[in-house]
Design a protein around this ligand. Structure first.
Ligand code: ATP
Length: 269
């Protein structure tokens, strides 16, 4: 039986190894529903690996008596079932659609979210309900104009929004966004931030991995800093996103400033 999904992530002492080396160690992390959260860390620190663990693309390598891993209240998930509650947007997914799905329309891309496929297949039935949900997801993101446009004719930002809409065909409780603004120009990036804010305000828990502190929007209250595969700090963003903490995780002297709710980061010379 499924437990209530009020806790999106509950990890205690989770470890993940690629071959012999531990990439994530002693990861203890709780993210509650509605607790929009940013994950920051240097290149190679383990952010994407953490997202893959939450998303059940990867599984912990080692378990001792202190180990705990629950996602949306459950220790085990059938992945196709989890996708109905947890949306995922990664650059890998974007690249797969850009490279192999150019012939798909925006609508077909979104609709393919029901079966987690790259495109639609004759043997997979499409119901009227699914069609309406896909139309609804396009509307929710304000991209109805991309409905019939082919992916190969879309800009990076347009395609990215279709991938987000695809992740939202189910009424998901939370969405994981791994560096979602890579490749977007300034306007597309600002639009994307507004879209994330509107998702957050509508009740979808947003878990954002980014390299850009200025993307930490107002609704995000929690920050998690990853350093060399461990959680260096986690908690309220005001406390966690300090100059000292960011200088430490990026291994360079940095000055963090906050002006009118927006963070910015500057090198200390
Ligand atoms: N499939 C893999 N096999 C072996 N090692 C891997 C694999 N994928 C990632 N790694 C290693 O795991 C570590 C963490 O990688 P991860 O992609 O999680 O980092 P990240 O913080 O997301 O980095 P970035 O900011 O550069 O995207 C890195 O040292 C990386 O080389």
């Amino acid at each position: 039986m499924q437990k209530p999904m009020n806790r999106i992530v509950f990890f205690e002492n989770v470890e993940l190894r690629y071959e012999t080396s531990a990439v994530l160690k002693n990861i203890s992390l709780q993210i509650e529903a509605g607790e929009h959260c940013v994950i920051l860390g240097a290149n190679g620190s383990g952010k994407s690996t953490l997202i893959k663990l939450i998303n059940c693309e990867l599984y912990p390598s080692y378990k001792d008596e202190t180990f705990k891993r629950e996602i949306l209240g459950n220790e085990r998930w059938v992945v196709s079932e989890l996708r109905k509650h947890l949306g995922v947007v990664t650059n890998d997914l974007h690249t797969r659609f850009a490279l192999d799905g150019g012939y798909l329309s925006g609508f077909e891309t979104v609709l393919s979210g029901f079966n987690g496929t790259l495109g639609l297949f004759d043997h997979l039935e499409v119901t009227q309900e699914q069609i309406e949900a896909a139309e609804g997801a396009l509307k929710r993101l304000g991209i109805e104009h991309l409905r019939d446009k082919r992916l190969c004719e879309m800009s990076t930002g347009e395609l990215r929004k279709c991938i987000v809409a695809r992740a939202l065909v189910h009424p998901v409780k939370a969405i994981l966004l791994d560096e979602p603004t890579v490749g977007l120009d300034i306007k597309a990036q600002l639009d994307f931030i507004e879209m994330m804010r509107s998702l957050a305000r509508s009740g979808t828990t947003v878990i954002l991995v980014t390299h850009h502190i200025e993307e930490v929007f107002e609704e995000i209250k929690t920050a998690v800093l990853i350093k060399e595969g461990t959680i260096y700090a986690a908690g309220e963003k005001e406390a966690v996103l300090s100059s000292a903490n960011l200088s430490e995780i990026f291994n360079t002297p940095l000055d963090v400033q906050k002006l009118q709710g927006r963070y910015s980061i500057h090198p200390v010379r």
